[in-house]
Design a protein. Structure first.
Lengths: 886, 147
């Protein structure tokens, strides 16, 4: 394509095909627009000039304020003409010119006259134009007419008023909300479009009133909806009502499910798909509820229309994330979509298959994907690579074929993001599957031999330095690393020098040879490379610069103890002087980030990714954060940190969640607090915890948060002592106390005086699962058999009536807090029995494996046989106790 | 919300573009993204065959009509199915105005009318009218025939 963004004024050789706008120029058109001022208006000519103005505007041309004002004033004169064609153009161009508020007054009287005119079409258009250009004060003047128009007999007038209402609701909600009676009447209209627009507006007006929405849905699902468009809206609103009801603890038969199910038989495809989608997205959807929806989606997979195929495969892709077994019936149809001409459809099909496929189909699938990868864009390839990574973690035994696939695509052409996704996947696989380590490292070594991305080369070298020395034959990696010193830029060379040093330090037999190699690097042209080589040579020689092995190890393998952000700030503030920069002067405390930034970070990094960001998150981050707080430093090694538990509802003034940190004889609650009110500053923020329902716990320490400005989260801590090594449980009630100070929004300054206040938070529980860390095993059978059969503890339990086996399995998993293995957490649809394999590490670092067999009888009563093997038999008993009490 | 309606000619020059709720600085990105999408996929596609794509959380439905390619971008309630409905109405209205799938010349000759049709179909990102016969009357300020 030559010049895709050039305006359409280029020449064409063919006389017949020349553009009527050829050579069009803004200045000339503005000159022509003076024709609007002629005493005798020529409708045809004026329409042509307006068309030219539209052409300019539609191509992104903009008018200066003076130009726009001049054209607008001239256009208003055209209201004198009675020519209907021209009048229609005038309405359009006024909207396009969007006059400023001080100019609007020129045209409002003409438009208001049209709005009350006997000619309906003038009325409809005048409403649309007025609603586009007026402000709140003018709206109150015409409100009466708009309200009348909503119930006008002419559907065009009624629709114009309703759609205007939808737009005005954003700017003047108070006024539009007063029209709800009229809008309600619109819903009864016989015109399909009026009903559609009225339904959309009424829902918008009442969206925060759960009862009203529920009533609206209740009456419409019984009555008749006249258009597929409105029916789709109704389905969406119905799903919302179902969600709200389940949030509010309504149980029993799911309300409105029958309505959704009946929509699967609607004659419009759009409605069928919408209903299927709504069913698949129901909270805790059962396989019985899912089946009819999946059946219709399957039919759409072979539709001749790409939009329908896309919609169906997109929905199934989502279902596969939560209910992979429910989608397996569609696998054959999905496989034929791999060759779909539409690449979006093909990618969705592939990633769905990767989620639903079983262990035996992996190889066949990989073959198909290999052909597919060559002709799709990088963005699609990344999606596929990420799906393969999850597949490998799910089926660790298949790592060979998946690793081969990844290494093959790593050698092919591709951009940075794509290559990074592949490298990240290989790294994840190496970390999760010990058997894959050696071959994975070699693939990475081969990749850096011909890698054009400095970032990836340095990251891989760093990773090699950590993992390589622990392999069976570390010497085989040296060649690849040393090649970098010869062939790469300074950044990569420096990284290679560091990696060599790590090998030299960790592998005694390699030390002499590494020393020779490092000596060659001290003549490098880059000072960083030379400095590193010199430093590492002295460490390896043990010449006294570095005191002990431990120090050397800490230096080579230890992580930076201060947050990178703080380090950067301190370095920037450092002024070169006689006094050397002191790393101890860098603050260790983690500064909180503003909310907006946090959200922008997107999903968490995997694989090599970026090193953990400065704010403490993830286990390592928490460990560092807690050890930097003197009150908690003596608690010993952190065993587990829970995921955040919300203690406030969404959209409250103060948002608080808590993370439970478990130590051997302590528990620390980390309260993450956010102040969502711009006009307030909170100080001395503390959490008062009542532990009267947690008998074994006694408060040991607390750390208040000094200041909590708007939108800048901070943390307060409370620590409890508990008997050592005991999985004590209990309930804690929490109250947030603080001093609140008013903030002047214009200056951002807080007043000096504050008022003490408190805020009740939800209760928090420490449960048995908090003492279990989810740790998977790559081969469950091997791990199971390697544990002593003598210590196996087996018992049977009745779990009562449940909707499905999956629900029972989830309950047991939540109760124990263990990692499901080999994809056994998903249950095939309609299965009556299932075995789920779980693994974890219990407090005291005791490895635990669980084999739970479930069976369901005809009355949906579920029985479970639980076999537990643990390194310590008392732990196996403890697991049974948890289940028996849960 | 229908974020964008864009018409381009066979070599990717923009003929009509209307954005709703898209900041001015992002429009150039969308314009080039859509035109590139069309160049890569619309070759040899039959008249009015709908193609579909998604980019982040927005949906794109596009098609060829004569020499003109038409792109719609939507999000939230305007997913691929709703956009397919809107593009169907737009193509029907354009064919009605031009009398057949238009060449670029015919399209430009009927430019004013097509703008009016678009104004009746999509208003500030919301679908307003869906019936081509009604639209045909409305752009002449004639009341709908059923009324």
């Amino acid at each position: 394509m030559a010049q895709p963004l050039v305006k359409k004024d280029d020449d064409h050789d063919d006389e017949l095909e020349y553009s009527p706008f050829m050579g069009i120029e803004k200045g000339a058109v503005l000159q022509e627009a003076r024709v609007f001022n002629d005493p005798q208006v020529d409708p045809r000519r004026c329409s042509q000039v307006i068309t030219k103005l539209l052409y300019l505007l539609n191509q992104g041309e903009s008018f200066t304020k003076v130009e726009a004002t001049e054209v607008f004033f001239s256009v208003t004169k055209l209201f004198q003409s009675k020519d209907t064609g021209l009048r229609r153009m005038v309405y359009l161009i006024i909207k396009e010119l969007s006059p400023s508020s001080d100019e609007v007054i020129i045209v409002t009287s003409s438009l208001m006259k049209d709005m009350t005119s006997k000619i309906d079409m003038y009325k409809a258009n005048a409403i649309r134009v007025l609603c586009r250009i007026i402000d709140g004060s003018l709206l109150t003047q015409i409100e009466r007419y708009v309200k009348q128009s909503i119930v006008d007999k002419n559907p065009v007038v009624s629709s114009a008023a309703l759609v205007s209402g939808l737009h005005l609701l954003k700017t003047n909600p108070e006024i539009v909300k007063r029209w709800s009676n009229e809008v309600q009447e619109g819903i009864q209209s016989r015109s399909a479009l009026v009903q559609f627009h009225a339904l959309a507006l009424l829902h918008q007006i009442r969206q925060n009133d759960r009862l009203a929405v529920s009533k609206l849905v209740g009456s419409l699902t019984r009555g008749s909806v006249r258009s597929p468009l409105a029916q789709c809206l109704l389905i969406r609103y119905t799903s919302q009502v179902i969600r709200d009801m389940s949030n509010h603890g309504q149980s029993g038969e799911r309300p409105f499910y029958e309505f959704l199910e009946s929509c699967l038989r609607h004659k419009a495809e759009m409605v069928i798909l919408e209903a299927a989608r709504a069913i698949t997205e129901l909270d805790g959807v059962t396989s019985r509820e899912l089946t009819p929806a999946i059946t219709v989606l399957q039919l759409f997979l072979s539709s001749p229309r790409p939009v329908l195929r896309f919609a169906a495969v997109r929905t199934l892709n989502k279902v596969a994330m939560t209910h992979p077994m429910a989608v397996t019936n569609c696998n054959i149809d999905m496989e034929s979509l791999i060759s779909d001409q539409n690449r979006s459809i093909a990618t969705l099909a592939i990633t769905t298959l990767l989620k639903t496929g079983n262990e035996s189909s992996v190889e066949r699938l990989m073959k198909q994907i290999t052909n597919f990868m060559s002709d799709i864009a990088d963005e699609f390839k990344i999606v596929v690579v990420e799906a393969i990574r999850s597949l490998c973690v799910k089926f660790p035994l298949k790592y060979r074929s998946l690793m081969t696939f990844l290494s093959n695509i790593l050698r092919e052409e591709g951009g940075f993001e794509y290559k990074r996704a592949i490298v990240d996947s290989i790294v994840t696989i190496i970390r999760d599957i010990p058997d894959a380590k050696e071959s994975g490292l070699l693939h990475l070594c081969e990749f850096i031999e011909d890698c054009e991305f400095t970032y990836l080369s340095t990251q891989i070298l760093h990773f090699l330095g950590i993992e390589g020395p622990n392999t069976s034959d570390p010497s085989k990696y040296i060649r690849y690393i040393y090649n970098r010193v010869h062939l790469e830029n300074a950044t990569v060379r420096a990284a290679a020098v560091s990696t060599l040093a790590k090998f030299g330090f960790m592998v005694e037999s390699l030390k002499p040879r590494i020393t020779v190699l490092l000596k060659r690097c001290i003549y490098d042209s880059d000072d960083e490379v030379r400095d590193r080589a010199t430093l590492f040579l002295s460490i390896l020689a043990g010449d006294g610069t570095v005191d002990t092995d431990k120090d050397s190890k800490e230096f080579l393998f230890g992580s930076l103890e201060v947050p990178l952000v703080n380090m950067e700030t301190s370095l920037k503030n450092y002024e070169p002087s006689e006094e050397a920069f002191d790393i101890n002067s860098v603050p260790k405390e983690v500064k909180s980030q503003p909310l907006a930034e946090k959200k922008a970070q997107g999903k968490k990094p995997t694989g090599l990714g970026a090193p953990p960001a400065a704010p403490a998150s993830g286990f390592d981050g928490y460990e560092k954060l807690l050890s930097s707080i003197p009150e908690f430093a003596a608690f010993g090694k952190l065993f587990k940190s829970s995921s955040p538990v919300e203690l406030t509802e969404a959209e409250t003034e103060y948002a608080v969640n808590v993370i439970k940190h478990i130590f051997d004889s302590h528990v620390v609650f980390q309260y993450n607090c956010t102040n969502t009110i711009p006009e307030q500053l909170l100080e001395r923020v503390n959490v008062i915890v009542d532990a009267s329902e947690a008998e074994e716990f006694s408060e040991a320490a607390s750390k208040a948060l000094n200041s909590l400005p708007y939108d800048s989260p901070g943390q307060a801590f409370v620590a409890f002592e508990k008997p050592a090594g005991v999985p004590a449980v209990g309930k804690f009630s929490n109250t947030l106390t603080f001093v609140v100070k008013e903030v002047d929004p214009s200056t951002g300054e807080a007043e000096d005086d504050g008022v003490e206040d408190e805020y009740q938070l939800e209760e928090l529980e420490v449960v048995a699962a908090d003492y279990m860390v989810k740790v998977g095993v790559s081969n469950f059978r091997n791990a199971w058999e390697s544990m002593d059969e003598e210590d196996e503890h087996v018992d049977e339990y009745g779990l009562g009536q449940r909707e499905s086996l999956g629900e029972a399995i989830k309950a047991v998993m939540d109760l124990l807090g263990m990692q499901p293995c080999e994809g056994t957490e998903t249950v095939p649809s309609n299965a009556r029995s299932h075995t789920c394999l779980l693994s974890g590490v219990y407090i005291g670092n005791v490895k635990v494996l669980v084999r739970a067999q479930f069976g369901m009888d005809s009355t949906k009563e579920i029985a479970m046989k639980l076999a537990v093997r643990a390194e310590d038999v008392s732990v196996a008993e403890a697991i049974h106790e948890i289940v028996a009490n849960g | 919300m229908i974020l964008a309606v864009l018409f381009a000619n066979s070599v990717g020059n923009v003929l009509i573009e209307r954005f709703n709720g898209v900041p001015a600085e992002e429009r150039l990105h969308w314009r080039s993204f859509l035109v590139k999408l069309g160049a890569e996929n619309l070759k040899g596609v039959k008249n009015e065959e709908l193609l579909v794509a998604c980019h982040k959380s927005v949906y794109i439905v596009y098609t060829m009509l004569g020499d003109v390619s038409i792109f719609l971008v939507g999000k939230d309630e305007y997913d691929e199915l709703a956009l397919a409905e809107v593009i169907f109405i737009i193509t029907a209205a354009v064919k009605d105005v031009c009398g057949k799938p238009p060449t670029e010349r015919v399209f430009l000759d009927k430019y004013g009318r097509i703008c009016l049709c678009l104004d009746e179909i999509v208003w500030n990102g919301l679908l307003e009218n869906t019936d081509k016969d009604r639209i045909k009357r409305l752009i002449r300020l004639k009341p709908p025939s059923e009324f």
